[in-house]
Design a protein around this ligand. Structure first.
Ligand SMILES: NC(=O)c1ccc[n+]([C@@H]2O[C@H](COP(=O)([O-])OP(=O)(O)OC[C@H]3O[C@@H](n4cnc5c(N)ncnc54)[C@H](OP(=O)(O)O)[C@@H]3O)[C@@H](O)[C@H]2O)c1
Length: 182
């Protein structure tokens, strides 16, 4: 796939390395923006409060499948039910929320795990299979929580739990499975 990642920090840069290693063609854009024309997928990995500014500097956004990895650290824009809805209002394509509940600091340790770590995601139906593939190609096991509405907000609202757990054990992996899966 041709993937444009907006944000090339810990998440954006880390995912770009993982997907490049899996054979995708990845273009990373920083705060100066750039051109997303020709991208099959746009991935958003910028601070949540900078979404409008960051995407406002990217040309060629025209309804691509979009994966939003952002989290809320400052007050959210209450005119959108979730950050993913804000992203979707700008790019205009089918949208998913993923990678927001996993730690960039753990990416390098994925290959050393005996089982694939989980990665929760919520998605519009038309973005689901692409998101599952990108989650797998990054080395995670996709765990579907439902449609973007209300799934994206549920995932964003879970960040307090994630931080509480991280305060106890540091950056961590998780897995979800039906009985018999473990
Ligand atoms: N770190 C994690 O483990 C983790 C996990 C899950 C979700 N998240 C979420 O993922 C997103 C990215 O986190 P990160 O840890 O990768 O952040 P980061 O390392 O600070 O990188 C942020 C990236 O956003 C870019 N950017 C674009 N417009 C910006 C603006 N107006 N102000 C500031 N930065 C701007 C920066 O550009 P330049 O390269 O030009 O500086 C940089 O590439 C955040 O929403 C975060 O909450 C993070």
């Amino acid at each position: 796939m041709n993937i444009t990642v907006v944000g090339r920090g810990r998440v954006g840069g880390g995912l770009a390395r993982l997907w490049t290693g899996a054979g995708h063609k990845v273009t990373g854009l920083g705060r100066d923006g750039g051109d997303a024309t020709g991208a099959d997928v746009v991935v958003v990995a910028v601070p949540g409060h900078t979404i409008a500014d960051a995407l406002g500097r990217v040309s060629g956004l025209s309804g691509q499948i979009t994966v939003d990895a952002t989290n809320v650290y400052q007050e959210r824009d209450s005119s959108f039910p979730s950050l993913s809805h804000q992203v979707k209002s700008i790019v205009g394509g089918p949208t998913a929320k993923s990678f927001s509940t996993v730690f960039a600091a753990t990416y390098a340790q994925i290959p050393a795990q005996t089982t694939r770590p989980g990665n929760l995601f919520a998605s519009d139906p038309a973005a689901r299979s692409t998101t599952e593939q990108l989650v797998r190609d990054a080395g995670f096991d996709p765990v579907f929580v439902g449609d973007l509405d209300p799934g994206a907000r549920l995932l964003e609202d879970s960040s307090g739990l994630t931080r509480a757990l991280a305060a106890q054990m540091g950056p961590f992996f998780y897995r979800y499975g039906r009985p018999g899966a473990f």
